[in-house]
Design a protein around this ligand. Sequence first.
Ligand code: HEC
Length: 119
Amino acid sequence: MRRLRSTLWAMMASCAFCGPVTAVTQEEMIRLGRDIYHDKSRGNCISCHNISDPVTNLPGNQGPMMIAMKQRYPDRRKLRAQVWDATAANPLSIMPPVGKHWILSEDEIDAVVEYIYQY
Ligand code: HEC
């Protein structure tokens, strides 16, 4: 019994810093955002938007180029809101409302915004 208890304690202690509470560095966020942006089964942003990242291959041009984001969105929350639900600004938008329709998680949206905000 004591052994079981100490094993459980050890497991809990080793997991104290894992899971969603893990602090993620900005670099990791950007890497995750980049993956989501280009992954056709996740964000799939690449199918409509070009971005001047060397890894980008065969982007679509249905949406505007991801460029000068900081200048055009000095308030990052406005950019996030656009990604979260493009239909708020344009009810006829063809851009999927990735937040409203739970296509991406809140953390994934943060990561994508972090990624495109560099351009
Ligand atoms: C099916 C095509 C499509 C997909 C997929 C798509 N978008 Fe869009 N996006 C658009 C279009 C079209 C617009 C232009 C505004 C509108 O019609 O809503 C737009 C607008 C935007 C804007 C505003 C751009 C500006 O110039 O102000 C941002 C930012 C954006 N999209 C980011 C994303 C991100 C990030 C993803 C992936 C999670 C994504 N989009 C996926 C089509 C798309």
